[in-house]
Design a protein around this ligand. Structure first.
Ligand SMILES: [Zn+2]
Length: 137
């Protein structure tokens, strides 16, 4: 974590460490879930500080933001592009680990010219229904 902060130029503060560690333990989480997790250990950190810290982390490329079909926003401890599996009721999101698909997208899309459009980010969400364990996010 310290290395991540140093690489991104983010100053290390106790609040930022608490927010990062909370999201690290959750992997993918809504802002409210991060707030609950942070406040379990540090109730003095305000929701506004946690929201601002999450936004700062996204701006600095330390974490990423994932929008699902139902407009639910998740924060993701993994900042690099990767494929997500999203529950069709928007309750759950997980990393898919399909390197072939990620490589296919990374190889193909930069070669495609779409007039008037400049690709800045690739986000692939596969939406469906999970069976079995849905505790991992
Ligand atoms: Zn992810």
């Amino acid at each position: 974590m310290v290395t991540t902060f140093l690489k991104s130029g983010i100053k290390i503060t106790p609040q930022r460490v608490a927010v990062f560690e909370a999201l690290e333990s959750l992997c993918h989480a809504s802002a409210d879930e991060v707030i609950s997790k942070v406040q379990e250990k540090a109730p003095y950190i305000s929701p506004a500080t946690i929201y601002n810290t999450l936004d700062k982390f996204v701006q600095m490329g330390v974490i990423s933001r994932v929008a699902t079909d139902g407009n639910k926003m998740f924060f993701d401890i993994t900042p690099t592009p990767h494929v997500h599996l999203c529950a069709d009721d928007n309750s759950f999101i997980a990393d898919a680990h399909i390197p072939e698909l990620e490589q296919l997208i990374a190889d193909y899309l930069p070669r495609v010219q779409i007039p008037g459009f400049h690709l800045s980010k690739i986000q692939v969400n596969l939406v469906g229904r999970f069976e079995g364990n849905t505790q991992e996010k």
